[in-house]
Write a new protein. Structure first.
Length: 271
């Protein structure tokens, strides 16, 4: 199971008009392959550290960050791949001071978006090799780009329906997809796949309602997990299954400790 988790620390050394803007984007890829119809936003999480000399404007809420600032830009970058191509980013992201939807990430501090997975407006076209950067848009045509990354587009070896989720919007399937010694749980609906978590290769998977609303209990053999419908996330589960939650919790704790140390040093310097 460990081999399916790939961490990439991505350094940003961009200058140009934003000479004081510098950042590190740490991206966690939970697997390095995707299937046709898979939404990539469920396959990674990230942390952003301001390593420049000026604050960085970031959307407060994850949903706004996804739609206004976050992109997976196919490589090579097109010269005309600007904010105007990204569903309203250009018109909506002027980031004036005092904008209620944004905050300024202080110099030296790290920020994480947690709890929910990203929604990617425009992701690289599906192919055998998808090369891209994870990019954060700061307005005025300026992007913070990661180092190049790659996902493999693959055909699954098998797809097994393991349960049906029903809510006020209808029903969709939970399926187990196997590829080269890995087995992943997906939520499937409308022709799209949303990754949830890795599964054991051989255990029987059982799904049952948990609270009568939007929570379901999923059993991977004798290991129980709590699944939240609509978000494709686990709210509870062992670390070997809940890889998204585990990394997010641990990375947030580290960020909070680092930020506290940065603030302590700033306070001492101001005395």
């Amino acid at each position: 199971m460990r081999k399916m988790m790939l961490t990439a620390t991505l350094g940003l050394l961009q200058m140009s008009a934003f000479a004081e803007t510098n950042a590190l984007i740490e991206v966690k890829l939970f697997k390095e392959w995707v299937i046709k119809g898979e939404e990539f936003g469920g396959n990674f999480n990230l942390a952003i550290k301001n390593t420049g000399t000026a604050p960085i404007p970031l959307a407060k809420k994850r949903v706004y960050f996804s739609s206004w600032q976050l992109a997976m830009r196919p490589l090579p970058h097109k010269p005309d791949y600007s904010e105007s191509e990204l569903h309203g980013k250009g018109d909506r992201l002027t980031i004036p001071k005092g904008n209620e939807h944004f905050f300024e990430l202080p110099v030296g501090e790290t920020h994480m978006y947690e709890a929910l997975k990203f929604l990617i407006d425009k992701q690289p076209p599906f192919s055998e090799e998808m090369r891209f950067t994870v990019s954060v848009y700061l307005g005025n045509g300026f992007w913070l780009d990661s180092e190049p990354m790659m996902l493999k587009g693959v055909a699954p070896e098998s797809e097994e329906k393991v349960g049906v989720i029903t809510d006020i919007n209808g029903s969709h399937d939970l399926v187990a997809v196997t590829y080269k010694g890995e087995r992943w749980l997906y939520s499937k609906g409308g022709g799209y796949y949303f990754s949830v978590c890795p599964l054991s290769l051989t255990n029987e998977i059982r799904v049952e309602p948990h609270d009568g609303k939007r929570l379901y209990k999923i059993w991977d053999g004798d290991k129980p997990m709590i699944y939240q419908d609509g978000q494709s996330i686990l709210t509870e589960g062992p670390d070997e299954n809940d890889v998204f939650g585990k990394w997010t919790r641990e990375r947030k704790q580290r960020a909070e400790a680092d930020n506290a140390e940065v603030r302590r040093k700033k306070a001492e310097a101001e005395k």
